[in-house]
Design a protein around this ligand. Structure first.
Ligand code: IVH
Length: 669
């Protein structure tokens, strides 16, 4: 062999080795730059000698030519499915069943692995080279997706170690790591495409791409856990041995598996996995429980569709379909109308779900959700249930698009949609829905903290005309309160004590309690500290407000407009006469400069009004600008980010999502 050919072989094996260290074992030995150098050297050699290129060369992960279709592949040994257990009782029944079948007194040892929500595949290796990869399909016949599987970096194109078995079929699950899944869906939304409903669909869709360049741009990953033909040649006795051997051959096996446990150990593994479910980097929908010893598996054998020796112990589903009964709309403190889908009650992950927020008109339009539609609803962690999509095929006839009402459902005032805003609002400050929310906010813990002023009570107070504005709270008496539903003398007394106590209000809490748009807790503190008194604030004009370092034009405008409104002015006068306002609040935090000089651009739909987010950034010393430039420090992306995101990416800027922004702001405190 010539020295160039020797180098070629050496490069391929070096690259395979470092690829394994990086993508499979997560313990790189060399820098990315060094890896790139090796890779380029190989590319150059192959360019000079095209006749030396083989399909298993690391340069051939992304083949150049799109495919025409997917030939079918027969699974010589069928790829079975699994029977399910959905609770502990059924899990124990499985164990009892096996022991009865085996007439066995002593315990059975099991392996427990996460059940990946992906696509099962079979990978064929001839003389150690990856030659054919197929999906499970119906278990007997799948599709040849070799070209797309080769783009998975953790999939070895050649088996490690010698001698290579003549034929080996390795089985496992291809999945899309959640981080990539989220990114993929954000990108699709930005392009006006339908997002994938879940990571499994995204994986299946990616594996069925005809053009491997598309698959390569949507990184998939692979965990292996089983064998097809060629198993005997490895002479293995136990699942744990198999896993070790698969890792030695260069595959990625999940370290989060246990072996040699009894059925109670399996139950403990499952409970722990479920607890950590939301933090896993991949989607798992349960635990796969397998008899550990292959000799026992032989004796147990197989049923029609599934082996007797394994079972899938499922987590409660997080997605369910149900029907939309109505779409209701709620009016918030600032008058924003929020559409909410009222659902046919459905159990999801142990909780009955009846509502899913639809956020705003844009979201309703994007989903095109209509009354009587069948919809897919998802509950993840403690998050409010989300409407994932409408099941189009199940739409009954004669449905209509939903539009937020043109008049407020509570007070009937014509609603308005300001330019540049997604929100539709009721402009009537006296709208009972707004009044209730305002009273609620006024008495909330971080405002004047009036204990016992709950929602039901506020409803009654407002509906009976006893309270129209916060200052009315201070005129309530024992008799009136005790006469309300669910109120007794004792609770009325307690509430009065709480109201009395709230009269000694700190200025910052008072300013926050007023509910001025864009004046959150933190900004209220800034204003209180800079101005020192309510009197000073009342006299401060727009320019002076803007001169306060953390106040931008939007906030200054909002504060001034609030104070100039005659009704607000009157209410402030009334409140001043009933409260004992303490001057500079002890709690007002000194301004931090951690985000000072940092510039931000916001893009996409954020979970809060843009102005609120802007206020927060400004309050922390940052600046928000409308267009992306190389001087932008952070681009904050919401849902459906627009062209700004693309521009940011092309400039190589740092993009962060809302959660990351929150972390930045918090770390700054
Ligand atoms: S073992 C007969 N292990 O679950 C043995 N399967 O419902 C079955 N799956 O088609 C395969 N994670 O797609 C096994 N750790 C795991 C798994 C797993 C997910 C899938 C696989 C299979 C389906 C059976």
């Amino acid at each position: 062999m010539g020295s160039e050919q020797q180098r070629l072989a050496e490069l391929r094996s070096l690259i395979a080795h470092h690829n394994n260290r990086y993508h499979v074992r997560d313990e790189p030995e060399i820098s990315d730059a060094e890896f790139d150098r090796l890779f380029r050297e190989l590319q150059e050699l192959e360019q000079q000698h095209p006749e030396w290129v083989t399909p298993d060369s690391p340069t051939q992960r992304v083949g150049a030519q799109p495919r025409e279709g997917f030939p079918t592949v027969e699974h010589t040994i069928p790829m079975l499915s699994l029977d399910n257990a959905s609770n502990l009782e059924e899990l124990r029944a499985f164990d009892a069943r096996l022991r009865r079948f085996l007439k066995r007194e002593e315990i059975i040892h099991y392996t427990a692995e996460p059940k990946y929500d992906g696509v099962a595949v079979e990978l064929r290796y001839d003389e150690g080279r990856f030659t054919l990869g197929s999906t499970r399909g119906d278990g007997r016949t799948g599709e040849d997706v070799t070209h797309n599987l080769k783009t998975i970096r953790s999939l070895p194109l050649r088996l490690q170690g010698r001698p290579a078995p003549k034929l080996l079929e390795v089985r496992g699950e291809v999945f899309m790591p959640l981080e990539h899944f989220d990114r993929l869906n954000r990108g699709r939304l930005a392009e006006g495409l339908e997002p994938f409903a879940n990571p499994r669909n995204a994986t299946a869709g990616t594996l069925r791409q005809l053009d491997p360049r598309v698959s390569a741009s949507r990184p998939l990953d692979l965990f292996v856990y089983g064998l097809g033909r060629g198993k005997e040649s490895l002479e293995l006795g136990y699942q744990s041995e198999l896993m070790t051997r698969l890792a030695e051959l260069g595959f990625k096996v999940n370290p989060r598996c246990v072996s040699g446990v009894d059925i109670e150990g399996v139950a403990a593994f499952h409970a722990e996995l479920e607890r950590d479910r939301d933090g896993l980097p991949y989607e798992a929908d349960g635990t796969v429980v397998k008899v550990e010893e292959f000799a026992l598996r032989e004796r147990l054998g197989e049923l029609e569709r599934s082996p007797r020796w394994a079972i899938a112990y499922k987590f409660p589903a997080r997605q369910e379909t149900t029907q939309v009964k109505k779409i209701r709309c709620y009016v918030g403190r600032t008058g924003v109308l929020t559409p909410v889908a009222v659902l046919e009650p459905v159990r999801i992950g142990g909780v009955t779900v009846v509502h899913a927020s639809l956020h705003n008109q844009d979201e309703v339009d994007r989903l095109d959700v209509r009354v009587r539609d069948t919809v897919l609803v998802e509950r993840a962690g403690d998050v409010i249930p989300k409407l994932v999509k409408v099941v189009g095929e199940k739409r009954p006839s004669r449905t209509r698009r939903y539009r937020l009402p043109s008049s407020c459902p509570i007070c009937g005032s014509p609603t308005v949609r300001l330019e540049d805003e997604v929100a539709v609002r009721c402009p009537n400050l006296a709208c009972p829905a707004q009044v209730k929310e305002r009273i609620h906010h006024f008495g909330s813990r971080r405002a004047l903290d009036i204990d016992g002023l709950g929602e039901k009570l506020i409803d009654q107070l407002v509906e009976r005309g006893l309270v129209r504005r916060p200052s009315d709270l201070f005129a309530l008496d024992q008799e009136t309160l005790a006469g309300l539903e669910h109120m007794a003398a004792k609770s009325a007394d307690n509430l009065l004590v709480a109201i009395e106590r709230s009269r000694d209000a700190a200025l910052d809490r008072f300013l926050f309690a007023l509910g001025i748009r864009h004046v959150g807790e933190r900004l209220a503190g800034v204003l209180a500290q800079h101005l020192g008194s309510l009197e000073a604030l009342l006299k401060t004009n727009h320019e002076q407000l803007e001169a306060i370092p953390e106040v931008g034009p939007i906030i200054a405008e909002s504060v001034r407009a609030f104070l100039d409104d005659p009704a607000n002015r009157e209410e402030i006068t009334r409140l001043r006469s009933v409260l004992r306002l303490a001057g500079v609040p002890a709690a007002a935090r000194a301004k931090s400069a951690a985000l000072k000089g940092k510039s931000f651009v916001l893009t996409g739909t954020l979970s809060e009004p843009r102005a609120t987010v802007q206020e927060r950034i400004e309050a922390a010393g940052g600046k928000v600008t409308s267009s992306v430039s190389s001087r932008t420090n952070y681009v904050v992306t919401g849902e459906s980010p627009g062209t700004k995101l693309r521009k940011a990416e092309s400039l190589g800027l740092t993009t962060i999502d809302e959660a990351e922004l929150r972390q930045l702001l918090e770390s700054e405190r």
